[in-house]
Design a protein around this ligand. Structure first.
Ligand code: NAP
Length: 557
């Protein structure tokens, strides 16, 4: 462990702020995307500066430290594939890695590839302006750094701007208030406390069972229930891991192309033993249950892959949803609580399916109570608790797990200006537009890793991050070889891509989800389905085809 890690810090010690420093490329963010970007650019001989708001590497895994935080993609698939040595030497302990283990992995990667020296921590980029005359991006940070480079890469993550609820009196609460996405590094001991949790998305669904184990009383304040399937997490069998690693290249190829999500979590149940149906329509309830049971019992988000038309046909979707409703009723003893936990307002899967450990069973504990805010809404938060239309709930601690301004939030929080001072915020006023989710017309040499318009949040992020970073590096090499200095998408290619992304989404049930995929959780945000829903395999083929066709749709200058 390095000194910096021992202090829980990145490696800013001894560095002053950058003042007009010049680089070959600037990268914003030191999560999985920013780190791999830095590694690749450095290997190309570039001088790179990375700015990171946190005081250490890790991005989402640095910030989201709430109890129970765990990845919903399996650890052997949710890891870098770029280094076979790294793949072989890192030992995952569980099927789904916990946040602390993933953070240790990211820190190991930063040290192993000596990445920290090019990263400045606790630096939040607030401006990124393109200087057309000099063909450079000028960045500044809230902490006073200024730097310039011809290339700028936004590796700012898809879920990195927390969304706090707009509830009267939120700041009046005198007890301890916590935010799932900004959890204290030292952890929280809820023993003996009356705790309230607002939110029942993926974060809360992971945190609730853990908080319930400690708290004297836990009140879950639920506005909308979400579908959740069991992770069936457990220790990773070393023999299984070793055998898996012996074929890592094949598995990686399969993750990248074989499945639409890139999750590839078919490892635990061999593919030939995983039943699938093309359609739920001709199947009886019993037949649906037989198929879904296999997925429920083996665990994970691949549950949604059991029946092929569940994402495109409402009747088929309803049959799968009914299976989960039955499961909830079979687990949760109190009928009224079970009914309140059954989502009925959106097709299953159109909001990101949650993956949990003992979530529904937690409601059978004596110290856990569900308050259905649809029936008794929150009127205000008071100094001592939460006032609903029916009662005052006394609380010692309040946990907010209320989500994120997803996909566009981190980009639009910065003042990004392209050619002629055109603001990205203005270009995206009616929703994000991009070519391939990688670049925006009018913003030369500005790349967005897993930006809106790419599979990103619908996929295993590691697969999508590596693909984008590799694409960007290949593109920069292409420019170097051709002595080109700028690249940006043609407006027509961008418009076509945006139309295609919408067409693909509209052929699915996704737009009916009212989810953060659409921006529906942020008041006033334009509702546009942001990720590309055709899958990582199709998307990769599109990108390869674009490259093979001399970077069709991109203009080089
Ligand atoms: P989320 O899914 O957006 O859930 C936010 C929750 O807060 C919803 O239940 C929402 O209810 C509720 N909420 C918001 N404002 C409220 C208000 N004013 N009053 C009452 N309730 C309110 O956010 P999240 O749980 O942080 O998850 C976001 C995404 O992060 C996930 O979908 C997933 O992609 C990712 N994530 C992944 C993992 C993992 O890998 N295992 C873990 C955590 C998160 P409404 O629906 O009624 O608005």
């Amino acid at each position: 462990m390095s000194d910096q890690q021992a202090q829980g810090k990145g490696s800013n010690q001894g560095y002053t702020t950058d003042q007009g420093a010049t680089f070959d490329a600037l990268v914003v963010g030191a999560g999985f995307a920013g780190l791999y970007m830095l590694h690749r650019l450095r290997a190309m001989g570039m001088r790179v500066r990375v700015y990171e708001a946190g005081d250490n590497v890790g991005g989402t895994w640095y910030w989201n430290r709430y109890p129970g935080a765990r990845c919903d993609a399996e650890s052997l698939a949710y890891s870098y594939s770029f280094s076979p040595e790294l793949e072989q030497e890192w030992q995952w302990s569980e099927r789904y890695a916990s946040q602390p283990e993933i953070l240790r992995y990211v820190e190991h990667v930063a040290d192993r590839f000596d990445l920290r020296r090019d990263i400045r921590f606790e630096r939040r980029v607030n401006h990124a302006h393109y200087d057309s005359q000099n063909q450079r991006w000028n960045l500044s940070t809230e902490q006073g750094d200024t730097a310039t480079a011809p290339i700028c890469i936004m590796a700012t993550g898809c879920l990195s701007v927390p969304q706090l609820p707009d509830i009267d009196g939120l700041d009046d609460f005198q007890g301890a208030r916590y935010q799932a996405s900004h959890w204290p590094h030292e952890g929280v001991d809820f023993s003996g406390l009356r705790v309230g949790v607002i939110g029942t998305g993926s974060s809360a669904i992971q945190a609730i069972p853990e908080i319930a184990k400690q708290a004297a009383q836990l009140t879950v304040l639920q506005r909308t229930p979400n579908f959740s399937v069991p992770a069936q997490n457990g220790p990773l069998d070393p023999e299984f891991a070793q055998a898996f690693k012996a074929n890592y290249r094949d598995h990686r190829r399969y993750h990248q192309r074989g499945l639409s999500s890139g999750f590839g979590d078919l490892e635990v149940v061999p593919r030939e033993r995983a039943p699938m149906a093309e359609s739920a329509l001709p199947l009886s309830k019993q037949e649906i249950a037989e198929i879904c049971d296999t997925y429920w019992n083996t665990g994970g988000a691949r549950f949604m892959g059991a029946i092929a038309d569940a994402f495109i046909n409402e009747e088929a979707n309803a049959k799968v949803a009914a299976y989960v409703h039955d499961k909830i009723h079979s687990i949760v003893q109190d009928g009224q609580t079970a009914a309140a936990l059954c989502p009925t307002d959106h097709p299953i899967g159109t909001k990101r399916i949650c993956v949990d450990t003992n979530y529904y069973a937690t409601y059978n504990r004596d110290n856990v109570r569900l308050v259905n805010l649809r029936q008794t809404p929150i009127e205000q938060i008071t100094a001592t608790g939460v006032q609903t239309s029916q009662e005052h709930i006394e609380l010692d601690a309040l946990v907010l797990a209320t989500g994120f301004d997803a996909m566009t939030g981190a980009l639009l929080r910065m003042d990004i200006q392209g050619v002629d001072g055109v603001r990205l915020a203005d270009q995206w006023q009616a929703g994000p537009v991009s070519y391939l989710g990688l670049m925006v017309s009018g913003f030369p040499n500005l790349f967005t890793v897993t930006g809106p318009g790419s599979p990103s949040v619908l996929s295993n992020m590691m697969v999508s991050i590596e693909q984008h970073v590799d694409f960007i590096c290949d593109c920069l090499e292409h420019m170097r070889d051709g002595q080109k200095t700028t690249v940006e998408p043609a407006a027509a290619a961008q418009a076509q891509w945006v139309e295609h992304v919408n067409e693909v989404a509209n052929a699915t049930l996704f737009p009916k989800g009212g989810s953060w995929y659409l921006g529906a959780n942020v008041e006033g945000k334009p509702q546009v389905f942001m990720p590309y829903a055709a899958g990582v395999g199709v998307y990769r083929e599109v990108c390869e085809d674009v490259v093979a066709d001399d970077y069709r749709g991109f203009q080089f200058g």
